[in-house]
Design a protein around this ligand. Structure first.
Ligand code: NDP
Length: 499
């Protein structure tokens, strides 16, 4: 393993933008160097795109969409191309997983699983390209019929975050392409590698030039130019609520459609009648997967008062077995935090929580941890108005509150501005169903955590965002409806009387 790392450090991977069908460096030759958060060495070098690069990408997308070659192409042909890319992702799973683990520090096995799931999203979108269709009405009277055409929305900008680089992009890009859109993608400055590899695959698979453009660079100017451009018809943004608000402001220019997946503060609601072992495991998984850097992280535990002490103790005991360390060590479940800023944010939230009166059940203490490694942390005695109960920490920190009955559990679950996900642990199915109807969240898991399927939609309520990705609803987001009214035979009535 050390050998492999030394080789990569001596010769970091270099990536190119994919613009107008060509693999290119930034026009001015600038680059971004990405260090592995776990190893502190440069592992990837991306183009640092400038305004002229992003303008070229947007123009290429606009021209390709207006030319209509992809938008009007038979869905079966679009499907074949998307399936080819799915296959390429599978064939390159080792390389892609290596890139993601080096850039994000998620354990290698986790990266491989995510890459394979990403491939299945491309497969699903391929199927959707064939089956996407409009509607018709023949109940409008003897001489009227109507067709509802489902058309691609146009040029789509996709701005992606660093936490699940290929996976989050694959929840969006193949769906936009399946619908017939042209696309400009800006991955995160921290994790652009696998997104830029997709450019190579799309080119090799024969996508017409300009239909998909992928370029690395900073949020400002590259992401901001996509938000501001009148040539872009829709933006799919995933990331912080702050930049989501910028997207909303910028969309006023040309009344862009927006699909936003923003922050979360999702509850794990644990009732006393749950299967304790399964719930403990599920709560820890929901809180700590991807180092807690996960928009649907179950970062708030709401546990029924009668079992709270025993449950917290079990959580703390199980955490002792969770290995924090080198993501290439097969035993590691938790790697390093993505960057220094995120690490400092997590550390300061723990301090804020203790200052607000929370008590530390475990973790929090950085003694024995080097660099950007942060131990899973549990804070109990949390009250709903505390900042650590309201704000997204985006790290391996679980806040614990208790409830006396179901009404209180639901009230607490709904007591934040967010509404992305919820996890319910109970053996009473009626209780679980009642909670899933009353908790405000885009996704609810009952007695499980984080399972995902390309068939199912995802997205948020309240300030967690707008729109849905994946599944049938996901592809429909990238379309417009056009109603065609058709009159049969001669019109019998005139608006202006015949002479
Ligand atoms: P950001 O919202 O800044 O980043 C998400 C994407 O937006 C990145 O590609 C980023 O570019 C881009 N971006 C940044 N500024 C602009 C802009 N002005 N116009 C257009 N695009 C822009 O998130 P951070 O990385 O700063 O993380 C901060 C917090 O956001 C986290 O602590 C977490 O709370 C939340 N977050 C939520 C995610 C989710 O899945 N919902 C994912 C990531 C973060 P670049 O990074 O390349 O500069």
């Amino acid at each position: 393993m050390l050998d492999m790392l030394n080789k990569i450090v001596a010769n970091p991977k270099r990536f190119k933008n994919y613009i107008a069908g060509e693999l290119r460096d930034a026009q001015d030759g600038s680059v971004i160097e990405r260090e592995s958060p776990a190893h502190g060495a440069v592992v990837s070098i991306y183009p640092q795109s400038s305004t002229s690069d992003v303008e070229a990408a947007i123009e290429a997308a606009r021209q390709s969409f207006d030319a209509g070659e992809w938008a009007f192409r038979y869905g079966g042909e679009r499907a074949t191309l998307l399936s080819t890319v799915a296959q390429m992702i599978r064939e390159n799973v080792e390389e892609l997983a290596l890139i993601e683990t080096l850039e994000t520090s998620k354990p290698l096995t986790v990266s491989s699983g995510e890459i394979l799931f990403a491939a299945s999203l491309w497969d699903y979108a391929a199927g959707a390209a064939r089956t996407l269709h409009g509607d018709s009405h023949n109940n409008l009277g003897p001489q009227m019929m109507a067709m509802i055409l489902r058309e691609p929305i146009g040029v789509v900008g996709i701005i992606a975050p660093w936490n699940f680089p290929l996976l989050i992009l694959s929840e969006r890009l193949p769906f936009a392409l399946a619908a017939g859109c042209s696309v400009v993608v800006k991955p995160s400055e921290f994790t652009s590698g696998t997104s830029l590899k997709l450019g190579e695959y799309l080119k090799a698979a024969g996508l017409p030039a300009g239909v998909c453009n992928i370029l690395a660079g900073y949020g400002d100017p590259v992401g901001q130019a996509i938000l501001d451009s009148d040539k872009v018809d829709m933006v799919a943004f995933t990331g912080s609520t702050g930049v989501g608000r910028r997207a909303i402001a910028a969309s006023a220019g040309n009344i862009k459609k927006l699909s936003l997946e923003l922050g979360g503060k999702s509850p794990s609601v644990v009732f006393a009648d749950c299967d304790m072992n399964a719930a403990v495991d599920g709560v820890l998984k929901a809180a700590n997967v991807n180092m807690g850097e996960c928009c649907i992280a179950g970062s708030r535990l709401l546990v029924e008062e009668s079992i709270a002490d025993a449950f917290n103790q079990r959580l703390a005991e199980r955490l002792k077995d969770l290995k924090v360390g080198d993501p290439f060590d097969p035993a590691s479940r938790i790697g390093a935090i993505i960057n220094q800023r995120q690490f400092d944010q997590i550390k300061s939230y723990v301090a804020v929580g203790i200052h607000e009166g929370a008590s530390l059940v475990c973790g929090g203490d950085l003694t024995g941890y080097e660099g950007l490694f942060f131990p899973p942390t549990i804070l109990a005695d949390v009250r709903p108005e505390m900042r650590i109960a309201q704000e997204e920490i985006f790290g391996p920190v679980l806040t614990v509150m208790t409830f006396k009955d179901r009404d209180e559990a639901i009230k607490l679950a709904n007591s934040t501005d967010y509404g992305l996900a919820a996890y319910i642990w109970t053996n009473d199915i009626s209780n679980a169903l009642f909670c899933s109807r009353h908790i405000q969240a885009g996704r609810v898991w009952i007695n499980s955590a984080l399972d995902g399927f390309p068939e199912l939609p995802l997205g948020g309520f309240k300030r967690s965002g707008n729109g849905r990705e994946t599944g049938r609803y996901g592809i429909e987001e990238y379309t417009e409806l056009k109603t065609v009214h058709m009159h049969m035979g001669l019109q019998s009535e005139r608006w202006v009387t015949d002479v």
